[in-house]
Design a protein around this ligand. Structure first.
Ligand code: FES
Length: 273
């Protein structure tokens, strides 16, 4: 059992939670994820490691209430326990060898983008962060991202905070202004990552994205997390979750992600009632 030692609400639907998990905290790296089960009858869900403290033996996750399990998880408080907490899983993001990187996060994807930006910053790499949200009410991690970015650009769809427009507007503007990024990391909803990849492909900039498909075992056995990359089938849990965004088949990934929508909706309705 894994104890919750900190809980913070970042916005009405996104929660920051720190868990006591010393073995994971000792090994975790940016880009990796854990799989948890809230209780013994619960489903297994993957969540990216948003932070880790080897000295305190804690791991931070940030999640959005999007279904039954995340709603259940959000009902737990400091001092409560999570049944299973397994990791670190997946390959860490390869961050070596870059001089200047644009990290682009969309919505709760900023929770995954933040540790990448932080790791790059600690390595002495110049990092621009572009963080996009629908509006100011759902903005998260502005202070944290500002601390690790050379420049932080907040974009909101309605202009209620920062600049108005999608993250791609700012990225294009920066590239046009001569920012010579040798890598772009994009993390967020699939349509956002696809839009960033279309832009960076045109500009000839290597782009890494983090895939978050349905996962079950997280160890390469069930095939649930399969995606198509460069015409080949890959398992996001063991081959990723990071992939070359210019090689990912986004249409296939979107189709697979929506397969269980009716069941997910029913489970959430049952949980609320
Ligand atoms: Fe089962 Fe990846 S989650 S193979």
């Amino acid at each position: 059992m894994y104890k919750i030692v900190e809980k913070r609400r970042l916005n009405p639907s996104v929660t920051w939670m720190t868990i006591e998990a010393p073995l994971i905290a000792r090994k975790a790296k940016a880009g990796q994820f854990i799989i948890l089960r809230v209780d013994e009858t619960g489903e297994r869900i993957p969540l990216t490691v948003a932070g880790y403290d080897p000295d305190k033996g804690t791991v931070t996750i940030i999640f959005q209430k999007v279904g039954k399990t995340t709603m259940h998880l959000d009902e737990l408080e400091v001092g409560d326990f999570i049944q299973d907490f397994v990791g670190p899983l997946g390959r860490p993001t390869e961050l070596e060898g870059y001089q200047k990187v644009a990290v682009v996060g969309g919505g709760v994807g900023c929770a995954i983008a933040y540790p990448q930006a932080k790791a790059l910053h600690q390595m002495g790499v110049k990092v621009d962060v572009i963080a996009g949200f629908r509006n100011k009410d759902i903005l998260i991690l502005e202070k944290e991202m500002g601390e690790v970015a050379d420049h932080l650009y907040v974009m909101t769809d309605d202009g209620s905070n920062g600049n108005k427009g999608f993250v791609t507007v700012k990225l294009q503007e920066l590239i046009d202004a001569g920012e010579n990024y040798d890598l772009v990391i994009a993390i967020g909803p699939l349509p956002m990552m696809r839009a960033v990849c279309n832009l960076t492909k045109e500009a000839g900039i290597k782009t890494i994205i983090s895939m978050n498909p349905i996962m079950i075992d997280g160890t390469g056995m069930c095939g649930g997390c399969r995606i198509k990359v460069g015409g080949e089938t890959k398992f996001a849990c063991v081959d990723g979750p990071d992939f070359d965004g210019h090689q990912v088949d986004f249409e296939d990934a979107m189709r697979r992600l929506s397969i269980y929508k009716p069941q997910e909706k029913r489970a959430m309705e049952d949980h609320i009632c």
